[in-house]
Design a protein around this ligand. Sequence first.
Ligand SMILES: C[S@@+](CC[C@H](N)C(=O)[O-])C[C@H]1O[C@@H](n2cnc3c(N)ncnc32)[C@H](O)[C@@H]1O
Length: 281
Amino acid sequence: MPPPISVVEAYDQYFASRLYDKRYPQANSSTLAVVLDQIGRLGTKVLDIGCGNGRYAEALLKQSTATIVACDISREAIDELSSRYAGYVTSGRLRPVHGDLSVVAGSIDPDEKFDLAIMLFGVLGHIYSRTLRHETLASIRALLRPGGRIVVTVPNAARRFSRQQVAAKSLFTAGHLEAGDVLYERTSDGIVVKMYYHLYAIDEFVQELEQQGFRIVHVGAESFLPESAVVRSKLLRKLDGVLKTLLPLRYAYGFVAVAEVASEADASPRVPRPSAPGEVK
Ligand SMILES: C[S@@+](CC[C@H](N)C(=O)[O-])C[C@H]1O[C@@H](n2cnc3c(N)ncnc32)[C@H](O)[C@@H]1O
């Protein structure tokens, strides 16, 4: 089945129109804290998959000693990243790659492995189809060193796009979408960007990671309030922090998982224990 829309075209348009910057002008500080914590534990070689125009790469370059290979299928995103952070490209701390993981794998030494992979703010959910999402996670695993980890976030189906989920039912029946997929639009100043997204249930998210050879270290909330609110308002960021201590994970706007390359001994899948709020091992 061909992809229902072109994610490349959608994101080229999203970045070029500046709509993405307006909605998400900076990294989500709580997700950033999780990534910085993992860099402190694991090492500084980071692979940023679906880096966009670099809101996380920028913060990581400034707040850690990480060296980052950052890839994205959107030419517009990679061009913006490269020009905004040209100094880091020159110094060798940032290597922008236009393309998906197959391009990354083809552009590095076969023995080069990463300490940490990050796939932040729904990148995995923008990959169509389920088979390709599984292959992508398996490719990430192959690019990590033993004991390396992934920090990955996905949208929660129970909180996102309820109207579009109803509309998607007929597209699913007609064979144009897979279960859990939606089509939606982002509109601003007359610009309409048509998007594809796969929305996750928590069990599905955990299972996908485990099936592709990862051991879950932590699962928590990316946020409870919408991402565009928590990255634009200090007050709402604080409120979101409080909500994280009060609300069950099933009400999260998105989920964040930290998962480690599983050893042979970890191979049999287990039921994960959702971490307590704020707990990352
Ligand atoms: C919601 S944006 C997130 C961007 C960035 N991680 C952030 O938090 O701002 C999703 C990004 O994933 C990229 N993307 C989608 N599928 C991809 C793939 N297979 N490989 C690399 N990038 C991909 C899109 O082009 C887009 O830039």
